[in-house]
Design a protein around this ligand. Structure first.
Ligand code: HBI
Ligand code: FE
Length: 280
């Protein structure tokens, strides 16, 4: 038991999760007894602020599924969520100490297991935290796993991730994750809405992504997305917009190997590169 901690990008301090508790697949049981009253209170306050922002900004499917998380006045137990999630889409959530390496991450998704960080941010980080914590992972990601089409897309992404790893193409594929599962927008009949977890768990970026005139919003196009770099420490400069979740599922049906090959020879787009032809 016990794995080395995982750090992505630059960080001035080590990750705070306890990787010594996790098994070979990087999962660990949720240590519910370890949460302090302050931890539960932080979750309650985050939930309250964020759920109040959703009307008119979050995708209908997300708003409809949010109550399935259960407890809102304390950190929920993973077991309680799993009873409902398994019945809805045959997915389950599993505890992890934080970011985990790509192969175990993709392996979990391919097996319809979503890794949820089991610790919560400090009160000082109430408004912003770079790395995922339990609030981001649960509130941001889990509601849409109750949606059958979206849930199948996430599994297919995991399967594609394992293939991409073998082809050295994880960076290209991870941009698809970033611009859909984390920062995706959807065009509903009544207007633009957010479905990406990074947006939905952020009090600042939720209104910004949907209503600000500043960022560029492009129709989701696989190769444009894969060629677009992203910034992890600011609101997005470019968002990609889908019409429905079927679009995500259908887009990931083909074998990406020829696409990776073609893209290897093509220039990347900066996060803020403007697309004159299709700018909406
Ligand atoms: N690990 N726990 C966790 N959560 C993530 O979202 C995550 C990860 N490891 C890798 C990762 N995301 C991304 O870099 C993948 O797209 C490769
Ligand atoms: Fe996330």
């Amino acid at each position: 038991m016990g794995q080395a901690p995982v750090v992505y990008g630059q960080s001035s301090r080590p990750p705070r999760g306890d990787y010594g508790r996790c098994g070979a697949d990087y999962t660990c049981p949720q240590d519910f007894a370890a949460y302090t009253p302050q931890d539960h209170d932080t979750y309650r306050r985050l939930y309250e602020r964020q759920s109040a922002l959703l009307p008119g900004l979050a995708a209908d499917a997300f708003i409809a599924a949010l109550p399935s998380l259960g407890a809102r006045d304390r950190i929920p137990r993973f077991d309680e969520i799993n009873e409902r999630l398994w019945r809805a889409t045959r997915w389950e959530i599993v505890g992890v100490p934080g970011l985990i390496p790509e192969v175990p991450f993709f392996t979990l998704l391919a097996n319809r297991k979503f890794p949820v960080t089991d610790w919560i941010r400090t009160p000082e980080e109430f408004d912003y935290i770079v790395e995922p914590d339990i609030f981001h992972d649960l509130f941001g990601h889990v509601p849409l796993l109750f949606n059958p089409v979206f849930a199948d897309y996430v599994q297919r992404y995991g399967q594609g991730g394992l293939k991409a790893h073998g082809l050295g193409a994880c960076e290209l594929l991870s941009r698809l994750y970033w611009y859909t599962i984390e920062f995706g927008l959807i065009r509903q009949p009544d207007g633009l809405r957010a479905y990406g977890a990074g947006i939905l768990s952020s009090a600042g970026e939720l209104p910004y992504s949907v209503t600000s005139p500043e960022p560029q919003r492009l129709p989701l196009q696989l190769e444009r997305t894969m060629r677009t770099r992203y910034q992890i420490d600011s609101f997005q400069k470019t968002y990609f917009v889908i019409d429905d979740f079927e679009q995500l599922f259908d887009m990931t049906a083909p074998d990406f190997a020829p696409i990776y090959q073609r893209l290897a020879g093509q220039p990347e787009f900066a996060a803020d590169a403007r697309d004159a032809a299709v700018a909406a």
